[in-house]
Design a binder for this molecule. Structure first.
Ligand code: ZN
Length: 236
């Protein structure tokens, strides 16, 4: 049993579906994770125990506090990089959901000077200036483990992200933020697609990116969510 509200249970249902969708769409594999802020206690958030996203069920969902510490661990193994979620949610009152992925399509843009920007209209949220890139050596020095395993590194990542929807992480992956689970899932999927298309375009010539007017649009999330959920085997 749990003492969360119906509003939290609704967010958790989206969170579980989001885990399955991101696994099915190839954004998360055995690694990576998605979180959502608690309605009952907005300083807290929900995220699965350390488990492959495609297999996550209600029993796997844990609550974490604003330091990314578990509220009731009960021996469950936790994601080592949960601090990404805790620190982004703490820094961003406009954000309620976070995805961290090791998306292979995005990785080339984390290790080169090629600017990662909105190239397709469904990725307008990326903006018309290059996505920020988090360099973990700036926080932990040369002798680092490449992972965000403590609050200090998570806070540094959130600072580099600023108000952006996406921050790249050098040689590691990306972190995506949005006001809802559905929106963060859409953004994670279209960030990966933008990366695939930008890499293809760069091989052909100089891409024409979206301009400041063209990136000013809302993301229509309900229609794609419905088909992603169906494809992932979620009940309608
Ligand atoms: Zn990672």
């Amino acid at each position: 049993m749990n003492d969360t509200t119906d509003a939290d249970e609704s967010r958790i249902a989206d969170l579980i579906a989001g885990n399955h969708i991101l696994a099915n769409e190839g954004v998360l594999d055995g690694f990576g994770h998605i979180s959502v802020r608690s309605v009952t206690n907005p300083r807290h958030f929900f995220m699965a125990r350390s488990r492959a996203p495609g297999l996550v069920s209600r029993d796997d969902i844990m609550e974490f506090d604003e330091r990314s510490a578990p509220v009731d661990q009960r021996g469950r193994k936790m994601y080592g990089e949960r601090f990404i979620h805790g620190e982004v949610l703490a820094a961003r009152s406009d954000v309620n959901a976070v995805v961290h992925s090791h998306s292979p399509e995005v990785l080339p843009f984390t290790v080169t000077k090629a600017p990662f920007k909105a190239l397709i209209h469904m990725a307008a949220f990326l903006g018309d200036t290059a996505a920020p890139v988090f360099e973990i050596r700036d926080v932990l020095g040369d002798d680092n483990k490449m992972l965000v395993m403590e609050n200090r590194t998570g806070a540094a990542l959130a600072a580099v992200m600023g108000k952006r929807a996406v921050v790249l992480m050098r040689g590691h992956g990306m972190t995506v933020a949005a006001e809802s689970v559905k929106l963060v899932v859409l953004r994670a999927i279209y960030t990966q697609l933008n990366a695939r298309i930008e890499a293809a375009a760069l091989r052909l010539g100089e891409p024409t990116f979206l301009n400041a007017f063209e990136v000013d649009r809302d993301d229509p999330v309900d229609r794609p969510w419905e088909v992603w959920a169906a494809n992932a085997g979620e009940a309608p």
